[in-house]
Design a protein around this ligand. Sequence first.
Ligand SMILES: Cc1cc2nc3c(=O)[nH]c(=O)nc-3n(C[C@H](O)[C@H](O)[C@H](O)COP(=O)(O)OP(=O)(O)OC[C@H]3O[C@@H](n4cnc5c(N)ncnc54)[C@H](O)[C@@H]3O)c2cc1C
Length: 404
Amino acid sequence: MPIAPLNGNLDLEQSLDCDVLIVGGGPAGLACAAQLPTHFSCLVVHQDAEIGKPVRTSGGSWVADLQTLGVPDHLYQVIDEIEIRSDNQRSLHQMQRHKMAVLDITGTYQWLADLAHAAGADIRTGAKFLSTVVKGDTQVSQVRFKGEGTRTVRSKYLIDASGTPRAVLSALDLGKRAERVGVGIEYEYEIEEAPMNRAVLFVGQPVLKGYGWIFPAPNNHLRIGVGVIQPDTDISPRDIMEPLLTPAFLDSYGLRLGKRIAVNAGIIPSEPYDPRLVFDRVIRVGDSANIATPTVGEGIRLAIEMGRDLGQRLCDVKDQGSPAPLALYQRRWRKRFMLQYLFGFWANRKISRYGVAQWDKSIARVARMSESQLAALIRCELPLNRMLSAAWAQLKARVCAWFS
Ligand SMILES: Cc1cc2nc3c(=O)[nH]c(=O)nc-3n(C[C@H](O)[C@H](O)[C@H](O)COP(=O)(O)OP(=O)(O)OC[C@H]3O[C@@H](n4cnc5c(N)ncnc54)[C@H](O)[C@@H]3O)c2cc1C
């Protein structure tokens, strides 16, 4: 049956028809929608009441990437110093060539939504995807619209941009929820005094099996957060946060906090990159494919880039009348992530067993790194020779342990 273009009005009697139904109005889904041309009918369904609220992420990123993605500079705070601390070691890095940034999350996601809207996408908040079945070349999905009940949405393509829940793949039994997850909580404050150019990562005793961060953010705000890997630990990040924020802790970082204005919390998959992205007309993008870096769980810039790439490939599919561009999409991201993330997850699992002494040793090593090496480590973009030498050192240690 031909798909009639979506007319933007919810008619309670009719099903909604569109070329592309995107589940999830996070960075991946919105970036994908914004890339589709206006003659493509696209519906984005987003379960939260607003785009970019509540905040479920801490917004650390990189200036050069945000510039490439065209993110307006009023939406991020520039950071040119990174401090990393363990219990007994401290490493301070000037970041001149690899400046970090901390995003205004709500502002950035709403900016992405504006771009998607300008490209003709219909974005529905308070709309939760429930289920889907395939009928011929059409995906027939059920979506519950707040205040309007459950409606049928028929689409040619169905995009899983729902992040950690993998709502579409789960509904189709194509992928389970991640079993190993990063769980984070973050308090956002107005700031009275703080070095606004410095981001801090802290590890060791306060957050074994994870790490903490202090991020200056736009609008004179400061975010302090901790994240842990579950089930590697069953301690909740909330239980770590409360006792952490002592006057001694804040003094040691030169912080004087004003009013607490928000508590943000979120979950990301902490599992290896899953290379299968395309399941015929169901395609996934962003965190639903575990794209956040295994080193620090950074995924926003990647979700935007991947979302735009998928949007472009869908245009190519329509223009070329062939699904080949989707195979290219899957290949491109496998090539980008597979090896790096394989190594990254090996390291991630290893450091999640670290105690205080191992963290101290590790941060002493980090202190000797150049700016570029540190950026590569945080971004999980390690050169092949470093990965090979780390793997070789590990193998040697195992062989020695075995013989002794
Ligand atoms: C504590 C924490 C800290 C982080 N810190 C950083 C950081 O500093 N820098 C960084 O780059 N990344 C960070 N990340 C990772 C980053 O948030 C993700 O990689 C990124 O948000 C992925 O984008 P996405 O669009 O794929 O998914 P999401 O941002 O999760 O968006 C998916 C959206 O889909 C909606 N949705 C889910 N199910 C349904 C459904 N059934 N129907 C309709 N809508 C649905 C959800 O409400 C959600 O808003 C952090 C993550 C966490 C949890």
